[in-house]
Design a binder for this molecule. Sequence first.
Ligand code: ATP
Ligand code: LTN
Length: 326
Amino acid sequence: MRVFSGVQPTGNIHLGNYIGALKQFVDLQDKMEALYCIVDLHSITVPQIPEELYRHTLDVAALYIAVGLDPKKASIFIQSSVKEHAELSWILTCQAYTGELNRMTQFKDKSHGKESAPVGLFSYPVLMAADILLYKADWVPVGNDQKQHIELTRDLAVRFNNKYGETFVVPQYKGMEVGARIMSLDDPSAKMSKSNPNDFSRISLLDAPGKVKKSIMRATTDSETVIRFDPVEKPGISNLLTIYSAFSGKTIPELEHQYEGCGYGALKKDLVEVVNDTLQPIQERFQEIRPSEELIKILKQGRDQAQAIAQQTMREVKERLGFVQL
Ligand code: ATP
Ligand code: LTN
């Protein structure tokens, strides 16, 4: 069995990315062959400042290791360092229909209100399908905002296999019951995102304790006082309970019981502590690994391991298509 996933270097990893994706990356590296990528080709579907993209790419790589990914167990690499991603993406672009891409909600959201959108933003899910199919991954841990893209990946794999013969593995969406969608702290109707201009809408894994405190204490809740998990009626408190549960290992019913009769202030105060206690060792490890030569070595080794699999898949794909390989 093989697991593959990726994170865009569009900013520093936040609690949504951590709970929705990275925590699963760490768990799964012990259970199967693992490949984790920093998807820089995806990030340029929206404008990026080159110096920031460079910095964020290495930050995300260092954060992968800081949260517990082990380069002895998982291949960690940068998407653009394995050329086959772009190559397979073109081949799959020729299999995908404009109609199905038109239905992708992420494209609709990101292009909404703009007069025109880059073609890359439209074909973004095809590149994502290429990432996954290149490695014949069985499992793809992602937050639920990516579910539609995984379904498209499955459709493209089946379509190619039917036309050209069994080539790709049809991957599974690895969803979770809680934590698959962490909401913004200032607006619990929107997902927590790296690209939200309001810094207090999210908590980054690299935030200082004071910033964590401020973000949680100001988090939008409701006018009741009872602490109850109810994402429809009480999205703000439910979001805080989800974060608390992911960071403490306690279940949501346990937390509801623990905070029976307490006010929101008490819950928020304890949550600040739980989050800061978890982030402290991650930040210490990050500071060590980020400037080190070791990080570059890990990324080169990851690239070599990924490339060996990618090249093998591309040979098969080209043969199936009838391309002359010299
Ligand atoms: P951007 O705002 O630039 O689109 P993002 O914050 O959505 O970025 P991605 O790099 O697109 O982050 O996502 C990395 C992983 O984190 C994906 O698996 C995605 O599904 C997951 N993820 C992103 N936001 C959340 C969230 N709020 N809750 C749970 N999982 C999330
Ligand atoms: N689109 C994803 C990032 C991503 C990805 C992937 C995730 C690109 N390629 C392959 C899993 C597998 C996102 O998080 N926005």
